[in-house]
Design a protein around this ligand. Structure first.
Ligand code: PHE
Length: 340
């Protein structure tokens, strides 16, 4: 028995230097200490010994078993620390290594224009509100005095979701929503995406952006509308820029006006951008139709209001000399980088 134990110790000692992986360690454990391992076999063999010899043999086996466990656990430590070192070495990042330059995009020209407009109007006391892009016909048309079969519906080629739901064709439904939920005085702007079933070309897109403005209070007049838009023109383009009002028609404003700004490119002298007129059309506006006020729960005897809708793409195209509207939506980083 003693000899056999010595032999096993010897065997393991010789193997130890070669145990250099978790698999080999496991194999050694099974071979010497496992259920079917050598030591277990020896323990079983103890039955054949005389009762006097047994305790001594048991002790010897235990001593060797303990010794083996210690050696194998040393092995395990060695393997673990080696693996840790290897991992540290192979996962090291050289923070001094040069790398490719990160190419930076720029802010979208529409974002830049929107930010300026919001700054300008919040500076005049307007509050920003936002509304749904998928809108009820009721708000997009009915409450704005555009009943079903009204010819004004044809002018806005509408994407219908179903009979009662549309993709909003303008930001004006937020006029109705605001009047229905707030009490005057009201002074809001509402920027957002709008949708019309237009063919894509250099000046048309089925998705574009507007910013609505709405003011309701006692004694609001057309002069307030004009003063507000003049101030907007000056803040955005400089003190020599002013507005020109031309009579127009919108069912939800009465009277209505298309508003031109002094051409920022030629300061009114006349150039190819303004087609020689010195003026650029940028928005629709008017005094809120009393019918709309009443439909939206605001007493038209007591309150008046004005509203306007600015096309953001148009402003951005003029400001940055962008000739083709499609460039806004193609997401070309190189193109946008110039607006950084
Ligand atoms: N909603 C109109 C359009 O999309 C613009 C507008 C807004 C006109 C507010 C008058 C008042 O053309």
């Amino acid at each position: 028995m003693k000899e056999m134990l010595e032999q096993l110790k010897q065997q393991l000692s010789e193997m130890l230097p070669e145990i250099d992986s978790p698999q080999k360690l496991e194999e050694a454990k099974v071979r010497f200490l496992g259920k079917k391992g050598s030591l277990t076999a020896l323990k079983r063999g103890m039955g054949a010994l005389s009762p006097e010899e047994r305790p001594k043999a048991g002790q010897m086996i235990n001593t060797v078993s303990q010794w083996m466990e210690e050696r194998l656990s040393e092995c395990e430590q060695r393997i673990k620390s080696r693996m840790r070192e290897e991992a540290l070495r192979s996962e090291t990042i050289d923070v001094t290594e040069p790398r490719d330059a990160i190419s930076m995009g720029g802010e979208h020209p529409l974002t830049l224009v929107l930010r300026d407009l919001v700054d300008c109007f919040t500076g005049m006391g307007f509050e920003v509100v936002e509304g749904p892009e998928i809108e009820l016909d009721h708000y997009n048309f009915e409450l704005l005095n555009i009943p079903k079969n009204h010819p004004a519906r044809d002018a806005q080629d509408t994407f219908y979701v179903d009979d009662n739901i549309v993709l909003r064709t303008h930001t004006s439904p937020m006029q109705a929503r605001t009047m229905l939920t707030r009490k005057p005085p009201i002074r809001i702007i509402c920027p957002g995406r709008v949708f019309r079933a237009d063919e894509v070309d250099a000046t048309h897109s089925p998705v574009f952006h507007q910013m609505e403005g709405l003011v309701i209070d006692e004694d609001v007049t057309m002069a307030d509308l004009r003063g507000t838009l003049n101030e907007f023109a000056r803040r955005l383009y400089g003190s020599d820029v002013t507005t020109r009002f031309r009579p127009s028609f919108f069912p939800f404003t009465e009277p209505s006006a298309e508003v031109d700004l002094t051409c920022m490119a030629c300061h009114g002298k006349g150039c190819p951008i303004c087609k020689g007129t010195g003026w650029i059309e940028v928005l629709g506006s008017g005094m809120v139709n009393p019918k709309v006020l009443d439909m939206c729960g605001i007493d038209s005897k007591k309150y008046k209001g004005f509203a306007f809708g600015i096309g953001l793409e148009r402003i951005a195209m003029l400001r940055y000399g962008i000739r083709d509207m499609r460039l806004f939506y193609e997401g070309d980083q190189k193109y946008f980088a110039q607006f950084r």
